[in-house]
Write a protein that binds this ligand. Sequence first.
Ligand code: KIV
Ligand code: ZN
Length: 389
Amino acid sequence: MTSTEKDRVVIFDTTLRDGEQSPGATMTHDEKLEIAELLDDMGVDIIEAGFPIASEGDFRAVSEIAQRSKNAVICGLARAQLPDIDRCWEAVRNAAKPRIHTFIGTSPLHRAIPNLTQDEMAERIEQTVTHARNLCDNVQWSPMDATRTEWDYLCRVVEIAIKAGASTINIPDTVGYTAPVESADLIRRLIETVPGADEVVFATHCHNDLGMATANALAAVQGGARQIECTINGLGERAGNTALEEVVMALKVRGDIMPYTTSIDTKKIMHISRRVATVSGFPVQFNKAIVGKNAFAHESGIHQDGMLKNAETFEIMRPEDVGIAGTSLPLGKHSGRAALRAKLRELGVEVGDNQLKDIFVRFKDLADRKKEVFDDDILALVTATTEGD
Ligand code: KIV
Ligand code: ZN
């Protein structure tokens, strides 16, 4: 398959809905508008802007994002209840490209909550998806907790939703329970089994309770899903959702085994990651893939030496491709002479071999006492060795 034949995977961002549902991650109205604009600008195909019935504030945010959106489809979430769907439509209807996303929990555990039998729930799905479709020609339907729903019942309700007019069927792994082999297999079997499945887009929506959200989303794509639901920095309920930056970069870096493209301008990743961390109050862990402080930093001597000779030795993607100025080689006790010499050059200091040896000994001594050795520390060592201290 050549690169022009690659399948496109639609990126559906739910930072402003599922991400914001993370306890403590509430954003203000203006912050939501700013994040929506950044998402639109970076090429996200669909923005789930909120849950309009949840609060007056959510309704206002979704309505305003809908009015301002330039390129993205603007989606609102609604439970399988007619007033929810009406309210959602009211909020998204002014978007150039609106979508209603309606859902209901279909697993035995979730069916027990409204106390509906399988038949009663099937009827509710038929009625609510039809209602949504009468309002909007772009309807997404989700069987919440799909990965713990009985196979026969899942096929039955997906078929009902397709017949009632849903154009996207999202298969949520609501509690992060599935594993990659199963995730691929579930989508593949649904597409093979459910009548009408080839006329809709299948989406994957994974949570990270077992740390497998990214792997499960990518596996679902290999099983036939063509929409990934994700959030910036993996923000989301409990352990979070699939991280947008991870799936997008995985598809970019490993196009050899996953020949799919997205419309994301990856150079904008770092900026939006920082803004989401700031406005949500959820800092990004240092070793987080792609956007963590250490994702492109190397401290050990062997790694620094390799990086100075050829960046591909220890980096599988270029920091510039995700919007980071460059690799960093922080100096610490694991660093070697090559990195020290490079740092001295960067600071505009030329030293002979003997002085370098002397600085290196003092640097190692200092590094044993300090987590990180900064530029000023190095300059002080240069002065000390110059003065024959
Ligand atoms: O995790 C989930 O099941 C959801 C649905 C509302 C799609 O977020
Ligand atoms: Zn979710």
